[in-house]
Design a protein around this ligand. Structure first.
Ligand SMILES: C[S@@+](CC[C@H](N)C(=O)[O-])C[C@H]1O[C@@H](n2cnc3c(N)ncnc32)[C@H](O)[C@@H]1O
Length: 215
């Protein structure tokens, strides 16, 4: 499939939701490194794009503190239900959860920082990115991480990448450079290849309004 399929994503995550947190343990180190790139400060508002079960919330809370705010938008009702349970369990009152596709989400801005952690479908949706950056203030920090295809000299590894990625994304389009539609919105974009070239962490700052479309 060459474009993300939200209906398929909802169906897939219905099946994955209950086992998601356990399966995501192996990428916890990567999650920590990615969130550190946001350099969150007390009192800020951070958008957790496609927040899933809210696995990043504890680290985001450490960054923004009780006076800050986390906005979590998530398409899958099953994943979001677990995020809600997490917030209730922890007694967090500063998390604004919204069940929606990013493409149509009402995002309460201005947003100071944006996290894209393993959100390939959203990264490959120009409509979703335009929506996100309409709510984000210029200069906001952005961090992104996920899986990608390894370079050609490690091509056999890509069979593993595709097998591991399949449950978590509905399109492989752009898997060579998943950040390519995001990059034009950012200045100072930097990229680190991880997991032998099968993963990446990227970071940068949002360009002033309108410059994203110009590249
Ligand atoms: C691999 S999970 C990552 C969840 C979370 N970001 C994390 O770090 O654990 C991908 C998530 O993207 C969500 N998703 C897919 N397409 C979406 C869209 N268009 N808008 C919002 N969420 C979406 C899925 O439902 C799923 O929860």
């Amino acid at each position: 499939m060459s474009v993300p399929d939200p209906k398929l994503a909802i169906a897939r995550y219905r099946a994955h939701a209950s086992g998601y947190d356990a399966s995501a343990q192996r990428t916890l180190g990567l999650r920590r490194r990615t969130l550190a790139r946001l350099a969150l400060r007390s009192g800020e508002t951070v958008l957790d794009v496609a927040c899933g079960t809210g696995l990043s919330f504890p680290l985001l809370q450490e960054g923004v503190g009780a006076t800050g705010r986390i906005v979590g938008v998530e398409l899958s009702p099953d994943m979001l239900a677990l995020a809600r349970e997490r917030c209730a369990r922890e007694g967090w009152r500063n998390v604004d959860l919204r069940e929606s596709a990013m493409e149509t989400a009402e995002i309460p801005g201005p947003i100071d920082a944006v996290l894209f952690n393993f959100t390939h479908d959203v990264l490959r949706s120009p409509t979703a990115l335009a929506r996100i950056f309409a709510a984000t203030r210029p200069g906001a920090r952005v961090a992104v991480a996920g899986m990608k295809l390894a370079p050609w000299w490690l091509a056999p590894l890509n069979l593993v990448v595709l097998a591991q990625a399949r449950p978590y994304m509905t399109t492989f389009e752009g898997l060579g450079r998943p950040w390519s539609l995001l990059e034009p919105y950012l200045e100072g974009f930097a990229l680190e290849s991880v997991l032998f070239g099968t993963g990446y962490i990227g970071w940068g700052r949002v360009k002033p309004a309108g410059m994203g479309e110009q590249g």
